[in-house]
Design a binder for this molecule. Structure first.
Ligand SMILES: *[C@@H]1O[C@H](CO)[C@@H](O)[C@H](O)[C@H]1NC(C)=O
Ligand SMILES: *[C@@H]1O[C@H](CO)[C@@H](O)[C@H](O)[C@H]1NC(C)=O
Ligand SMILES: *[C@@H]1O[C@H](CO)[C@@H](O)[C@H](O)[C@H]1NC(C)=O
Ligand SMILES: *[C@@H]1O[C@H](CO)[C@@H](O)[C@H](O)[C@H]1NC(C)=O
Ligand SMILES: *[C@@H]1O[C@H](CO)[C@@H](O)[C@H](O)[C@H]1NC(C)=O
Ligand SMILES: *[C@@H]1O[C@H](CO)[C@@H](O)[C@H](O)[C@H]1NC(C)=O
Length: 613
């Protein structure tokens, strides 16, 4: 496959790095541009944009096989209030024979800088309007897209990023919703995304390949933007999307820090015939596998990027023991290293590097390419609640290999299961996801498949399904696939949003008097919510349990099926339950808009401990 447009000129012509850098910055075409920006503020404020330009250009290396250039901005006191107090070095690398360029950024906070909060860091590529028309973010999520003009001529919906295309140039998009958040991905699923031109006899592709997620914050299931109408291609380093303010890089006054983001690879491909445009996506996927194979890169100029021979590995065997009995292999578990913290702290951690992998079916894991430093090892296992953490700190030495041997996770459990709702997998995907309003659909997801939750406006369907009375779930009768709405949202009563109370009805054959029962409630998401739990008396003023105010992950408005994970273990004495029919009342107590709500991951009632547990 040939290199697109005039960039190959620069491969043959390596001496003059300044011109070279101009060519790569103009990226794919003369009508496109890129920028790098940071959303930041003084602690406690709301966030301002800083579009970073280098003030100091230098050539790191320039020879026949590689050119690396640097655009550095060093923070000065005179920038206080207008620029994020971090020294930022943007680097670009081109290598002979590679169709594209590498891009990485070094953040450095030397001594003496003011306190700051960083909410978002991203690289934005705006491609030539009217040329790139086909967007691809996965094997199944790809298609021709509406244009920016179509968006501008449309009608903005309740969430301003969402637009109903009322007057698109191409009538086949009429009546569709476009919203950039419909194209988010979990970080672990986002190896490559980009756009393809179809206008020419020779189609071209522009792709962001992320060979490692080590520098991206908040772990492998953090979701973020990929591509959207513009045509826009993003490389998100960190953001509060689907996590909220908890997922913020925070620095105290004088706190020092250094981190390398990337490199990522900006890959360009082309085909010689118009009809061959469909080959560009599989070619980009192939290229992303090549980049993963090459990781960690051995050609990066900064000494702050740790080369392959200085990195370490951690191996081990993870087993699970749920409520006594023999330990079993924890298969398909996610196991990772992140900065030392508490069990589950990785999902909010933004400052360090994270290294994740999956266990095999026997529970074995191997995590390679770890940057030397101090970590904790964290894990969670599909099918089981809670978070595992290996409490001894792990120190990775350059080139060091650690085998932790056999580790056993005892997930939270106080007694045998009486009943359960859902699957403990940190997502609400198994619950009832309604069909979208036919007037507000995105046809990319109209096949009723696993991406259905990405449709716009599903939250409004709750009021239509439950106009007078909230959801009632009867254990043993109801089916959570059909009878448990994916999110407990507010209800719209005559244009006023009211709190909702869901009921779980269940029988108890007999009561173990004096014993403690346990309700395990795992949430997959929360936005401006408070969940109160009452047993058998909906009117008792003081709830038996309250989560307190939780969450701003905004996963409902942004069409996610989860945000941050939370687990509540609620102990209830037998005096609150009765022999026969019982009801648990789950009240989402606050209501000011339709984007507020929680998603449940899983609910389980356990009887009092027996000897075995
Ligand atoms: C509008 O659509 C026509 C044909 O469908 C196409 O030739 C033209 O380039 C489009 N214009 C814009 C601005 O997208
Ligand atoms: C993940 O585990 C697999 C299987 O053990 C291994 O082949 C692969 O190299 C590991 N990847 C990383 C990045 O550690
Ligand atoms: C989607 O699938 C569900 C369950 O299979 C079905 O009840 C529903 O009617 C389908 N909706 C559409 C629009 O096909
Ligand atoms: C909603 O408004 C209608 C018409 O004004 C009224 O009849 C009805 O009682 C109201 N419903 C509620 C729950 O307030
Ligand atoms: C039940 O829980 C309460 C409160 O946590 C505790 O004081 C009590 O000892 C427990 N009873 C039993 C039988 O474990
Ligand atoms: C208990 O609930 C079941 C199922 O909803 C119902 O059929 C039964 O009549 C109830 N029993 C009593 C004693 O209310």
């Amino acid at each position: 496959m040939k290199v697109a447009s005039q960039k190959q000129v620069s491969f043959k012509w390596f001496g003059m790095a300044v011109q070279f850098s101009i060519i790569i910055l103009s990226a794919c075409s003369e009508r496109s541009f890129r920028y790098f920006d940071v959303v930041w503020d003084d602690p406690g404020k709301s966030g301002k944009f800083d579009r970073i330009s280098g003030t100091n250009f230098s050539v790191i290396v320039a020879n026949e096989s590689i050119v690396e250039v640097s655009f550095l901005r060093t923070w000065q006191t005179s920038m206080k209030g207008s620029c994020v107090p971090i020294n930022i070095d943007q680097r670009y690398i081109m290598r002979r024979g590679e169709s594209g360029f590498y891009s990485y950024v070094i953040f450095d906070r030397p001594q003496g800088l003011p306190a700051v909060e960083v909410y978002q860091i991203r690289n934005v590529y705006k491609l030539a309007v009217n040329r790139f028309s086909y967007m691809a973010i996965s094997d199944t999520r790809q298609r021709n897209m509406p244009s920016l003009t179509d968006r501008k001529q449309g009608r903005t919906l309740a969430y301003p990023e969402a637009v109903l295309l009322t007057n698109p140039n191409d009538s086949k998009f009429k009546g569709e919703v476009d919203d950039k958040y419909q194209y988010s991905s979990e970080i672990k699923d986002d190896r490559v995304h980009g756009w393809i031109t179809q206008d020419h006899f020779a189609p071209e592709g522009f792709w962001i390949i992320t060979p490692s997620n080590e520098f991206r914050s908040a772990g492998p299931v953090k979701q973020d933007l990929t591509c959207h109408v513009g045509p826009t291609v993003l490389s998100m380093y960190t953001s509060t999307h689907y996590g909220g303010k908890d997922v913020t890089m925070t620095f105290k006054e004088g706190e020092t820090h250094k981190k390398v983001f990337g490199p990522i690879f900006v890959y360009l491909n082309s085909a010689s015939l118009k009809e061959q445009f469909r080959t560009l996506w599989p070619d980009a996927v192939r290229q992303s596998s090549n980049e993963v194979e090459k990781w960690p890169y051995d050609f990066v100029g900064s000494k702050d990027f740790i080369p392959p021979n200085q990195r370490g590995t951690v191996a081990g065997l993870l087993q699970i023991q749920d409520g006594g009995g023999k330990a079993q292999p924890a298969s398909n578990a996610s196991v990772g290293l992140a900065l030392p913290g508490k069990a589950g702290s990785w999902q909010k951690e933004c400052k360090g590097y994270q290294f994740w992998n999956q266990t095999d079916k026997n529970g074995n894991f191997l995590i390679k390419n770890i940057v030397p430093g101090d970590y904790n090892l964290y894990a969670w296992v599909p099918g089981f609640i809670g978070d595992y953490m290996y409490t001894t700190k792990i120190t990775i030495k350059p080139g060091g290999n650690i085998n932790l041997g056999s580790l056993v996770y005892n997930p939270p459990r106080n007694g045998p299961t009486l009943w359960e709702i859902g699957i403990p997998d940190r997502s609400a995907a198994e619950f009832y996801i309604p069909d979208p309003n036919p007037e507000l659909i995105n046809r990319l997801y109209s096949n009723n498949g696993t991406d259905k939750f990405r449709q716009y406006g599903l939250w409004e369907r709750y009021t239509e399904l439950y106009p007078k009375q909230d959801l009632v779930y009867t254990v043993g009768v109801s089916n959570y696939h059909k009878d448990w709405f994916y999110a407990q949202v507010t209800r719209n009563v005559n244009k006023t949003y009211v709190p909702t109370t869901w009921q779980i009805k269940f029988p108890l054959q007999n009561i173990i008097m004096g014993g403690n029962y346990t309700l395990q409630v795992a949430l997959a998401s929360a936005t401006y919510s408070r969940v109160e739990v009452r047993f058998n008396d909906p009117n008792v003023k003081l709830p038996h349990f309250s989560t307190g105010p939780i969450g701003d992950d905004n996963a409902i408005a942004r069409h996610g099926i989860h945000g941050l994970y939370r687990l509540y273990t609620i102990v209830v004495g037998s005096n609150h339950l009765v022999k026969g029919n019982n009801t648990i009342y789950l009240t989402r107590s606050k209501a000011t808009s339709f984007f507020e709500g929680v998603m449940y991951d899983y609910i389980r009632l356990e009887s009092p401990p027996t000897k075995a547990t």
